[in-house]
Write a protein that binds this ligand. Structure first.
Ligand code: PHE
Length: 457
């Protein structure tokens, strides 16, 4: 079998990497998911636990992943294999990397569908469809969208085609150029919406909901949900951070950039909360409305507030930008693998990977349209393929992948090598190692057991 080893391109500079990795981290998880799970879990106390988890679990695992990428300089599975070989560790470690790539691929197959809804909402909002609409009308139009195979296939194809096209153009001309414009634009749009919400919505109630912790509302489920989400929101264990680390310029500090990315991701999540909750409270909507929060309730407010048609359109444009910079990150590892291992050209790899994703996305699309064949029974629970993919990735593959990476970098990689790369004071380095070796695995292990249902609280 022929093995083609390619030296990959690198990000043009540290800032390009930070933008790209922040773009990968910031996505539907921050703007769509974080506000609604915060809403469901009572607000402030949940936010505190989430911040704690980002610091204790998220940042160390991110450092470990970027380190692996940078020292292996290959796509995730092969980077891990390369590092394992260096320490004469078992070849089987490569499956930790492979699992991430598979998880990322599966995530994108449904992520593209949800991002497609956001695309559809740009047109609907801009076209004035929600102007003075009632809650029933809005619900109806949401249901119409998600039950129409033609619309869903159309929007998903659109998302996947541009994702593959950008990635086909390569690292510096494709991914980097795209995030250079989209990320700053996304931040600005989010600030505009937060400013608008603060003046037209109930800002003070939103602030006290998000920042005045009421620990009586905190359950063990909320704690564990915060932990799981801190993982998802930083794009950990999905091949993404190892892959982006493989393109890291030599003189870039892994620790500083990881901390910065985690802070930026958290700021966007909090800002998204500050943009959404004033509108929710100001219009008497339910903060715990669940996954439909932004698609079913926000248009109601947009349809009634001054300038709502414009601000609503801006909101969904921003959501698509955020989702898109995560989508290109999610497809990149499979593309890099096809180039390295199978000798594909970048264009062919992007087209091939995109076509596979398109086929896989049909599983999610037909889950929403309610096709009989998309309904499955797992462990005697009726669900659909979307439910299976969502649970399998977030609840099984991500935690397990993160656990393995922390153990690999904490226990297999030689500490002197890690210290050489991280260049930290000895106290900070020891803290980092303790977090990776013991704290992170233990915490992730507990969450993993909980999430897979072995542990029931
Ligand atoms: N972090 C992304 C978000 O918050 C989701 C994601 C998960 C992206 C895993 C890549 C890998 O939307």
């Amino acid at each position: 079998m022929s093995e083609i080893n390619k030296t990959h391109a690198q990000w043009s500079n540290r800032f390009a990497y930070i933008l790209a990795a922040t773009g990968a981290a910031v996505g539907l998880g921050n703007i769509w998911k974080f506000p609604y799970i915060m809403g469901e879990n009572g607000g402030g106390a949940f936010v505190l636990v989430y911040l704690f988890c980002i610091a204790i679990v998220g940042i160390p695992v991110m450092i470990a992943e970027v380190y692996l990428g940078k020292s292996g300089r290959l796509s995730p599975m092969r980077a891990v294999a390369e590092v394992a070989k260096r320490y004469s560790a078992s070849k089987a470690w490569k499956f930790a990397g492979a699992m991430g790539v598979v998880a990322g691929y599966l995530i994108l197959s449904f992520y593209a569908v949800i991002a497609g809804w956001a695309c559809a909402y740009i047109l609907e909002t801009a076209g004035g469809q929600f102007e003075q609409a009632s809650a029933e009308q809005i619900k109806l139009s949401f249901n119409q969208l998600i039950s129409s195979p033609a619309s869903l296939i159309g929007w998903t194809s659109f998302m996947l085609i541009i994702t593959a096209a950008v990635v086909a153009k390569g690292l510096q001309d494709g991914l980097e150029k795209c995030v250079r414009y989209m990320m700053p634009a996304m931040f600005v749009l989010l600030l505009v919406i937060a400013g608008y919400s603060a003046s037209y919505g109930d800002f003070s109630q939103a602030v006290s909901f998000m920042f005045a912790p009421d620990f009586s509302k905190l359950t063990i489920h909320s704690v564990l949900e915060a932990l799981g989400h801190s993982f998802f929101t930083l794009s950990l264990a999905s091949g993404v951070m190892i892959m982006y680390g493989a393109y890291l310029p030599d003189n870039t500090s892994i620790v500083k950039t990881s901390i910065w990315i985690a802070i930026a991701d958290t700021m966007v999540a909090l800002l998204a909360g500050l943009a959404i909750f004033p509108i929710v409270f100001g219009n008497g909507l339910e903060p715990s409305a669940g996954p439909g929060l932004i698609f079913e309730t926000l248009p109601l407010a947009f349809g009634q507030m001054p300038g709502g048609q414009f601000i609503g359109t801006v909101f969904f444009v921003m959501l698509v930008f955020a989702a898109f910079t995560s989508a290109i990150a999610l497809i990149e590892s499979s593309v890099a693998w096809l180039i390295e291992k199978k000798g594909f050209s970048r264009v062919a790899a992007a087209a091939f990977s995109g076509a596979g994703l398109w086929l896989l996305s049909l599983l999610t699309i037909f889950s929403f349209t309610g096709a009989d064949w998309a309904t499955v029974n797992v462990f005697s629970v009726d669900t659909n393929f979307f439910g299976v993919l969502d649970t399998l990735t977030s609840n099984v593959l991500l935690p397990l992948g993160g656990l393995l990476i922390a153990i690999f970098v904490g226990w297999v990689v030689k500490q002197e090598d890690l210290a050489d790369e991280l260049k930290l004071s000895s106290a900070t380095f020891s803290t980092c190692v303790v977090l990776l070796k013991y704290v992170t695995p233990l915490i992730v292990f507990i969450v993993f057991l909980y999430l897979t249902g072995i542990f029931k609280f």
